[in-house]
Write a protein that binds this ligand. Structure first.
Ligand code: 13P
Ligand code: SF4
Length: 308
């Protein structure tokens, strides 16, 4: 079995940077140059100086890194690592809702593929959705594919947020049910509850903090408690434990098998062989870049290639 150090050495020898999502296996996180949430990873991808980026995350994340870096090579260590929620929204469904709600902006969650982002007015992540939607000059907003995040944005902004499609959800977060949570709370009565906005409303409403994966890590550092129940994918426990805190899953079944497909061996293989190159049709990529630039501007994120 390859070690973390060997993967680090290999990446250095190839002049590559390794970016990993917070849900990656602990050893993949530990081999990465940067570990973060969707927004943090996009920012790191935009700012990367390396010509080669290895992206340890699911398909839409690697694709977005490639879109933001047209001149660089982005490698995906396992091209079968695909977000099932992103696959729940197709361009046809977006067009259908646009016809049904003329004039309503369509806000795409970052968990969508490029063809869907290309049809969006804005793209948001779990950390920016509330902030961006609250700034829109519209009372009705189309939002997809996650109906739970849509519900959270509606609660926090007071706007009508129409979920596109009506059934979109993350299969990992919906296994965190009130009865799982009750059991975790009985076992750890002193622990604070951190929840991701993809969770069901019943879970979010119980939480001491709701936010993106990196915001949850920051909250664990800042809230000052020693123990946390974590209502999201179990990979985030590693980040919180590294803070010297105890972290317990709200449900031990909240495992994203697609995130877990990526192993240290696969990271090493794509570095050695240059396999898994992420390609996006240039016309689609150009359109998505425009949508992302507009969205980053509203989020207050600086776009490096626009710096004067
Ligand atoms: P974050 O952007 O909060 O890391 O979420 C990504 C994701 O896929 C959640 O399931
Ligand atoms: Fe997609 Fe859910 Fe996995 Fe996140 S946890 S990548 S939303 S399936």
């Amino acid at each position: 079995m390859i070690s973390i150090e060997e993967v680090r050495r290999l990446a250095r020898s190839k002049g590559a940077v390794i970016l990993a999502h917070n849900y990656q296996r602990p050893e993949v996180q530990d081999a990465a140059d940067y570990v973060g949430d969707s927004l943090g990873l996009s920012i790191r991808a935009m700012e990367a100086e390396a010509e080669l980026i290895v992206f340890a995350g699911v398909d839409f994340m690697a694709e977005q890194a490639a879109i933001l870096n047209p001149g660089k090579v982005v490698l995906h260590p396992d091209t079968q690592s695909r977000c099932p929620m992103a696959a729940m929204l197709t361009p046809e469904v977006v067009r259908e809702y646009r016809e049904r709600y003329p004039g309503a902006p369509f806000v795409a969650y970052v968990n969508t593929l490029a063809e869907v982002k290309a049809l969006a007015d804005y793209v948001v992540t779990s950390s920016s959705a509330v902030k961006l939607v609250s700034q829109l000059d519209a009372d009705t907003v189309l939002f997809g594919p996650d109906k739970n995040l849509a519900d959270y944005v509606a609660e926090r902004t007071g706007k009508e947020v129409v979920p596109v499609p009506s059934y979109g959800h993350c299969p990992v977060h919906v296994v965190i049910t009130p009865s799982c949570l009750e059991r975790a709370r009985e076992e750890h009565p002193q622990a604070k509850l951190l929840a991701h906005p993809e969770c069901l409303r019943e879970i979010r409403r119980e939480a001491d903090f709701v936010g993106s994966t990196s915001q949850m890590v920051r909250a664990a550092a800042e809230m000052g408690a020693d123990e946390y129940i974590v209502a999201t994918e179990v990979g985030l426990l590693h980040r919180i434990e590294k803070l010297g805190k105890r972290a317990y899953p709200a449900s031990p079944y909240a495992v994203c098998v697609d995130m877990k497909r990526i192993t240290l061996e696969k990271v090493a293989k794509c570095l050695r062989e240059g396999t898994g190159v992420v390609r996006v049709e240039p016309k689609v990529a150009r359109r998505v870049r425009e949508v992302l630039e507009r969205s980053f501007e509203l989020m207050g994120v600086e776009v490096p290639w626009r710096r004067s």
